[in-house]
Design a protein around this ligand. Structure first.
Ligand SMILES: [Zn+2]
Length: 160
């Protein structure tokens, strides 16, 4: 039993998703941080907020390079993706004090990947009781804080 919560900004993103023709990650990599919700840029990889988060502060880490095969990541890319996930968790801890995290790769449509041809690591902060109203793999989206504000807070809290 799930309930759709009021999240007015979802409407613009649903419209946005319909118009999306290129690769979300490549467009974010080439785009402007605020508009594309990019939290941090590294040398080989970068971090952005998920527009359709499973929880507040749901991050995605991807290589700049358009790679659809997990095994196709270079050593530098694979290492930096994980280093950025570590730093992202530190920024989340500083900002929202989550009690746990789910980190994961959804590889292939059958495994739940929304974007199948540009691999990315999900970092999902968790709090006790969050699944009571927000199953991690369900379609219910809860955004207690606007994504733009979340991006700003996490970018500010990013460890140097
Ligand atoms: Zn891409």
């Amino acid at each position: 039993m799930t309930k759709q919560l009021w999240a007015p900004w979802r409407l613009e993103y649903i419209a946005d998703a319909d118009e999306q023709s290129g690769c979300l990650f490549c467009e974010a990599a080439a785009g402007e941080d605020e508009e594309r919700l990019v939290v941090h840029r590294g040398e080989h990889a970068f971090v952005l907020l998920n527009k359709f988060p499973y929880s507040s502060g749901h991050l995605m880490v991807a290589s700049y390079r358009h790679v659809g095969d997990f095994a196709g990541l270079t050593d530098e890319e694979a290492l930096e993706v994980h280093r950025l996930a570590q730093r992202g968790m530190a920024a989340l801890a500083e900002t929202y004090e989550p009690q746990g995290y789910n980190l994961g790769w959804n590889l292939g449509r059958i495994a739940g990947a929304g974007v199948v041809d540009h691999v990315h690591l999900h970092v999902v902060p968790r709090w006790a009781g969050d699944t009571n109203f927000m199953p991690v793999l369900a379609d219910v989206k809860v955004l207690p804080q606007h994504l733009a504000e979340t991006r700003r807070c996490l970018a500010k809290a990013w460890p140097s």
